[in-house]
Design a binder for this molecule. Structure first.
Ligand code: FER
Length: 308
């Protein structure tokens, strides 16, 4: 089903591209579909890779190193009025004498709390980086970002897009307090990050910039059109500059949604807001998201410069 859905999205990208191209050719007066999935891709001089592809085996299980754990937890959501699920990774050697930073890692329109687990092997990806001292030991929370009573990715998944906006309240009022009560967490904003893919990338932009008092590290990968327009997203340029420790944006150069991220990148550049802009050779696909997680995880919660 999952593979079928991704192929469906892939086909939509191609169809979207072809139909928009044809519309523009056949009838220049007709407006382009606003925010459509899979628009024409125009690459500029900034749209280049900041990082190499990850090394072979980066998300494969390695023997002879310590391993973390993955746990599916449930929490009561006042926002949705149901019990909701989240996957939680705790790093090797997790103990209550240490206060850990937390990364909230969000999925796409057809995903759920298991999406990252299914394609990126986060236990192994993080265990490997932590064993090599490339990532800070952290807790990674993978919730369900579709904040509605039936939060399964069923039927017309696009119809649930508004529930991805509702998730801001579920995250802040219900999930974060649960995580901070249940685990040994450093609750300061400098030790809380938000990142995600596609719809989760848009959520990372919107919730990250919208709650600079809560998040200091923001990582949107292949952000979808749920991303607020830059002027609305960043009404206070100085606050963004002074509060963000890292803004790490990526997209594939074959992703029909790249214009969403290009648009934010250009606004950030014009306003002198420091950020990473990494454009690799992938499309709107798990290879791009795994690679982005691999590189983002090596900068989040660290003071070194993100690009060496
Ligand atoms: C859209 C195209 C794509 C959209 C959302 C998506 C809300 C999300 C894609 C994904 O999460 O993979 O127009 O509108």
């Amino acid at each position: 089903m999952r593979i079928a859905f991704r192929s469906f999205l892939g086909a939509m990208t191609v169809l979207g591209f072809v139909s928009q191209f044809c519309v523009a050719q056949d009838n220049p007066e007709r407006p382009r579909r606003p925010g459509g999935f899979g628009g024409p891709i125009e690459l500029g001089p900034d749209d280049v890779a900041a990082y190499a592809p990850p090394p072979e085996g980066f998300k494969s299980r390695r023997e002879g190193i310590d391993h973390g754990k993955l746990e599916l937890i449930e929490y009561e959501s006042k926002t949705v009025g149901t019990t909701r699920k989240a996957n939680v990774y705790t790093p090797p050697g997790y103990n209550t004498d240490t206060k850990y930073p937390v990364l909230y890692l969000l999925h796409g329109i057809g995903g759920d709390e298991g999406e990252w687990v299914r394609f990126a092997n986060p236990i192994d990806l993080f265990d490997n980086l932590i064993a090599d001292k490339k990532a800070t030991p952290m807790i990674v929370v993978m919730p369900n970002g579709r904040a509605q009573k039936n939060d399964r990715a069923e039927g017309n998944v696009m119809a649930a897009a508004p529930a991805f906006a509702v998730f801001e309240r579920d995250l802040i009022d219900d999930l974060i307090p649960t995580i901070e009560a249940k685990y040994s967490v450093d609750t300061s904003r400098e030790r809380r990050a938000i990142a995600g893919l596609s719809m989760g990338g848009g959520q990372s932009f919107n919730f990250g910039f919208g709650n600079l008092d809560l998040f200091a590290w923001v990582g949107p990968f292949s952000a979808a059109p749920n991303t607020s327009p830059p002027e609305k997203l960043i009404p206070d340029v100085d606050a963004a500059k002074s509060k963000l420790k890292l803004l790490w944006i990526s997209c594939g150069n074959k992703d029909g949604l790249i214009r969403v991220s290009q648009n934010v990148h250009q606004f950030l550049k014009k306003n002198g807001i420091e950020h990473v802009w990494h454009v690799d050779g992938h499309g709107h696909d798990p290879a791009h998201w795994s690679s982005s997680l691999y590189w983002f995880s090596q900068s989040v919660f660290q003071d070194k410069k993100p690009i060496q």
